[in-house]
Write a protein that binds this ligand. Structure first.
Ligand code: SAM
Length: 342
């Protein structure tokens, strides 16, 4: 077992550190005994950082200054290797809030993709919770595992990745009515809504994260049509940064505008039919099987990654995870601790 990098406190071996040098140039390193950062501006020894408080300024061999900070989770997910597109921090925060992810919750997620959302969910459920992430592509699951190992030192014991399609694998993994929350980030979430209804506890929340209005419409109508959930609620999140400098106070020129829509609904108790659901189902728009073609990956603009590219990203992710593991082992040996991970 490897030691878990510490999220705060003085720097130690095994910790990830983001160094900001001249002209804002960023370098992210994992502190290792004997490790050095070489740039054209000189050499910075890793052990010069050990014991310093987070947020310190250090100098390299040629007196170049670097600001040293631990990367926040939002920094890490934005720079980690990706197999599939990730959930951005702005959406992850809303997912945690709108799906009501709580400490100790039993949470299901599909698919795991690159594992960005998994890291936020793990943080929100805490060590008492349980996260099971379903993924049908093994290479993506490996990228997610490697990313979690890089960030947490090792994949945590309360996280399991199940390979396979959620619709088939969910009933084999959970008893009916035993899951608190389900988060679906996939192309066709409506295909999973029946299986999710069986797994969810009455009052439990399903949250779908979809990229296009056509997906949003289809999943909303599907959920209404089941009669098993409350009326779906939909939203999107836009965060506009501001430039605040003296009298120059204005919105940033650029922003991440569209990423996706969030839709939430709650599982009704067996047999419950709220009055407003009864009224709305009468007006529901039906979709036929032939509509499925409209949601192929190409049609909805889902960028396809080549196998070669994916293999390279997997190698990057595994290399980073190996580095983090070795550094954590070294730190554990140096400290003479058992270094059980969370
Ligand atoms: C956009 S990615 C998820 C990204 C992830 N939330 C993150 O933040 O890194 C969508 C993933 O869902 C997987 N997927 C799609 N349909 C699935 C299903 N029915 N069961 C399991 N996984 C599925 C795909 O293979 C893909 O890896």
């Amino acid at each position: 077992m490897t030691a878990t990098p510490r999220p705060s406190g003085p720097f130690g071996f095994g910790d990830r550190v983001q160094l900001t040098g001249p002209k804002g140039k960023l370098h992210t390193i994992t502190l290792r005994e004997g490790g050095e950062l070489h740039t054209h501006r000189g050499v910075l020894r890793h052990d010069a950082l050990v014991g310093l408080p987070d947020g310190s300024v250090v100098r390299n061999s040629s007196d170049t200054e670097y600001l040293a900070l631990r990367p926040l989770l939002r920094d890490f997910v934005m720079s980690m290797p990706r197999g599939a597109a990730i959930v951005y921090p702005k959406d992850a925060a809303q997912i945690v809030a709108q799906a009501d992810i709580f400490p100790g919750a039993v949470v299901v997620e599909a698919g795991v993709g690159s594992g960005a959302l998994s890291l936020w969910l793990l943080r929100a459920i805490g060590p008492q919770g349980r996260l099971v992430s379903f993924e049908r592509r093994e290479e993506f699951a490996e990228v997610a595992r490697a990313n979690a190992a890089t960030y947490l030192g090792a994949p945590p014991a309360n996280w399991q990745i199940v390979l396979g399609d959620l619709t088939q694998a969910l009933p084999d993994t959970f008893r009916p009515g035993s899951v608190d929350r389900v988060v679906l980030d996939m192309l066709a979430p409506w295909e999973c809504i029946d299986a999710v209804a069986d797994a969810l506890v009455p009052g439990g929340v399903v949250l779908c994260y979809v990229a296009t209005v056509t997906q949003l419409s289809r999943v909303a109508e599907f959920i209404r049509g089941t009669g098993l959930y409350t009326e779906p609620e939909s939203s999107e999140t836009m965060i506009r940064g501001w430039h605040v400098d003296g009298l120059a106070v204005r919105p940033d020129h650029r922003m991440v505008a569209h990423t996706g829509f969030l839709l939430t609904a709650r599982r009704l108790a067996p047999g419950a039919v709220p009055p407003d659901v009864r009224r709305r189902t009468v007006r529901k728009t039906a979709y036929g099987d032939d509509d499925v073609e409209v949601w192929t990956p190409g049609a909805v603009g889902d960028r396809q990654i080549t196998d070669k590219n994916l293999r390279k990203r997997l190698r990057d992710a595994q290399r980073a995870a190996d580095g983090a593991r070795q550094a954590a082992d070294a730190r554990r040996e140096a400290n003479g601790t058992s270094g059980e991970s969370a």
